[in-house]
Ligand binder design. Structure first.
Ligand code: SF4
Length: 332
């Protein structure tokens, strides 16, 4: 397949699937032929950082490299453009004849210039640059914060003279969209892909079920991310833009400081975007929140309701937040 020595690069997220994938890579190829890499979005829970960057390296005797998207160059370009608008140049002179739904005004550009500086947090920096948060339809967070830094990491290893097998911990029974996407042309094709240029993709747990994944942890004597014991069905961003109503409600109940952090981000992003552009971590459409600086707490209020967005589910509110209530039956 290739004359180059093969390096097995496992993308770690701190979740159950990537941990299982790492276990398989080590068992099949030995840790000396593997690299482990974590894409830090800046929007993870501290328990996930501790698990992926401290517990797993200790327990598996591995090093986990960290990649983090850096947008400093993009900030410079955007600041230069905003300075021209703040100085009175029309937006069309800066951005060409593209039509934007919300226009930059001199006043908004001046305000944005005061606050638009890189914070060093990749998620927040990306949203400040985009003037809004990702959505299910425009899921640019995955592309800029995970796919691109991880691909760059793999390409650097290829430049060092390796062929890279990129190990990805995805399972088709995780979601309907994943099932459709990965099985569309036959799962065996998607389980292993030749990308070209020395890069290969390996998805060894494509057909595993969630019980198999936790069994692999138990077999290896590795504890799963503790967040699974705290109502979290997945442990990516905290919260993820794709999280369910129940997950958001659980995040707000157990980790309100993370909701408050997102509220702060909403206020900051709304201060550095076009005037009256709707800025919400969870996209609500454009109706009803134009010009609001933060909406996440009202979404949390909705997430606590049962049906129709009116009645609070008091039973859910009364649940003791420290109770062990894993969605995967890990409590026994
Ligand atoms: S976990 Fe969710 S919010 Fe985070 S990068 Fe992925 S899709 Fe975006």
């Amino acid at each position: 397949m290739t004359d180059r020595p093969i390096l097995h690069v496992v993308s770690m997220s701190g979740g159950k699937d990537s941990t299982t994938t790492a276990l398989l890579a080590i068992e099949m190829h030995g840790r000396e032929n593997c690299r482990f890499v974590f894409a830090d979005t800046g929007n993870e829970h501290e328990i996930t950082y501790e698990y992926a960057l401290e517990y797993l390296p200790r327990a598996l005797d591995i090093t986990v490299d960290v990649v983090r998207a850096d947008f400093s160059a993009e900030f410079e370009v955007k600041r230069r453009n905003l300075a021209r608008i703040a100085a009175g140049e029309p937006e069309s002179a800066v951005y060409g004849r593209r039509k934007f739904k919300y226009a930059w005004t001199q006043e908004a550009a001046t305000r944005a210039l005061e606050l638009l500086h890189p914070t060093g947090n990749p998620y927040l920096d990306l949203c400040m640059l985009k003037g809004g948060f990702p959505s299910r339809k425009r899921q640019f967070c995955t592309q800029y914060l995970k796919t691109e830094p991880l691909t760059e990491y793999a390409l650097e290893r290829i430049d060092e003279g390796h062929a890279v097998w990129s190990w990805q911990g995805v399972r088709i029974d995780e979601s309907e969209s994943r099932r459709t996407r990965l099985q569309g042309t036959g799962a065996c094709v998607k389980g292993f892909e030749v990308v070209g240029g020395g890069l290969f993709i390996n998805r060894p747990i494509l057909r595993w079920h969630v019980a198999d994944v936790f069994e692999a942890h138990a077999h290896a004597g590795i504890k799963p991310n503790p967040l699974y014991l705290q109502d979290m069905t997945r442990v990516g961003c905290m919260p993820c833009i794709n999280c369910s109503k129940d997950e958001l409600s659980a995040v707000a109940r157990r980790f309100p400081e993370h909701i408050e952090r997102i509220a702060e981000w909403e206020r900051l992003v709304s201060s550095v975007c076009r005037a009256e552009s709707p800025v919400s971590f969870f996209h609500l459409g454009t109706k009803g929140h134009r010009g609001q600086s933060s909406t996440i707490w009202s979404v949390v209020d909705w997430a606590k309701t049962t049906r129709g967005g009116r009645q609070y589910n008091l039973l859910a509110d009364a649940t003791e937040p420290t109770a062990c209530s894993s969605s995967y039956g890990l409590c026994e």
